[in-house]
Design a protein around this ligand. Structure first.
Ligand code: ADE
Length: 365
């Protein structure tokens, strides 16, 4: 890869870039928030979340002072709540230790909670024009195809190689930029955009429209369907769970998950490990002090996390009364669940029985 890619790539970007809200600002806070969201969901879904988040929390101080429940609500449906918590912790750090000013160099940005090489590079280059790479999955795919890299792109080695090579191209371009100044932020976003719009992951890439087609190894060798090679290290563990939609009148049982671990701090419908029968479910409820009036099977659902997959079966259970129950549940009106009590999106199939829609778009999780 040489700096010959820069001119066609950035010219293509100028003509084809999508008009996205985080591209209309130079505010590092907003760019950072968008980059964290984009690690979680697709661009189309991120737009709404981004606008709501930045309307409600327009600057670092507002985020640092935001209550946990409000933050949870703003993040609801995006998954990985730990990312939102890291955003807040980082905002607190910036306010307390950096005078409330977002740091402008990638090394300092990298020290913020939840920020890795990619995010640091993206924010430093887009908001501050720093010469540093921002290699996400899109960029890794473009790089691997363009250079004909046949190794595993999920390895640390591949990421490092891509970062080194792209950094070298950026340094060359910044030093030699002639009549038009080199923009590191536009260059990184041009690579991201090429990965998103042209060099697509699962369908045939649109090579005839690609600004990098002149010297692309995968196009030359017809190897786009073999590159990038993605070999996952660990297999995902499948876990059966039984989800209980326990209703006392129109109020549903919910509980809060522990702060740490999977879905930390989010609310959920009661659920237990394993696939329970009708009888086991009734007995489980009785042990908790609840008498079942009516029980019916609900549809099964699956939710995929990074290391575990939940294969869920569910029951709707009407109980005589929630008084005197011994489990750590409380009973909430469906309107509260929609508004003030964020239910983890893993349970969206069951929330739908109460008319509650969780999340707006398809998630990457
Ligand atoms: N994905 C990650 N960062 C992005 C950006 N700045 N624009 C569009 N898609 C992205």
């Amino acid at each position: 890869m040489t700096s010959d890619i820069v001119k066609p790539l950035t010219e293509w970007y100028e003509r084809n870039r999508r008009d996205l809200p985080w591209r209309r600002t130079a505010d590092p806070y907003r760019i950072w928030v968008s980059e964290i969201m984009l690690q979680q969901t697709r661009v189309e879904a991120a737009v709404g979340y981004y606008e709501r988040f930045t309307d409600e929390l327009p600057n670092i101080r507002a985020l640092a002072e935001c209550g946990d429940d409000r933050l949870l609500k703003l993040w609801e449906g995006l998954g990985y709540y730990s990312r939102a918590r890291n955003l807040k912790r980082a905002a607190e750090m910036i306010v307390e230790e950096m005078d409330g000013t977002f740091p402008d160099d990638p090394e300092t940005i990298r020290t913020l909670p939840g920020v890795g090489n990619y995010t640091a590079g993206a924010v430093a280059s887009i908001a501050f024009g720093k010469v540093c790479p921002a290699v996400d999955g899109n960029v890794l795919r473009v790089w691997a195809r363009y250079t004909g890299y046949e190794g595993n792109v999920l390895s640390a080695r591949a990421k490092k190689l891509a970062e080194q090579e792209i950094f070298r191209v950026m340094v060359e371009s910044a030093e030699g930029s002639g009549e038009r100044a080199f923009s590191p932020g536009d260059f990184n976003q041009a690579l991201i955009e090429t990965g998103a719009l042209i060099c697509s992951p699962n369908t045939e890439p649109r090579c005839s429209e690609c600004p990098l087609s002149a010297d692309c190894a995968a196009l030359r060798d017809s190897s786009w369907d073999r590159i990038p090679l993605r070999e996952k290290k660990t297999a995902r563990r499948a876990e059966k769970r039984t989800v209980l939609l326990v209703l006392d009148g129109n109020r549903a049982a919910v509980r809060r998950r522990p702060d740490t671990g999977l879905l930390g701090g989010l609310y959920e419908f009661p659920n237990v490990s394993g696939s329970m029968s009708f009888e086991e479910t009734v007995a489980y409820l009785r042990r908790g002090g609840y008498d079942s009036l009516h029980i019916e099977k609900l549809r099964s659902a699956r939710h995929i996390f990074s290391h575990v997959e939940w294969d869920m079966s569910g029951y709707l259970v009407r109980i005589a009364s929630s008084e005197g129950g011994r489990y750590d549940w409380f009973f909430a009106e469906p309107e509260m669940l929609g508004k003030n009590i964020p239910i983890a999106s893993a349970f969206s199939a069951y929330a739908a029985y109460l008319g509650i829609i969780i999340g707006k778009g398809r998630l990457k999780t």
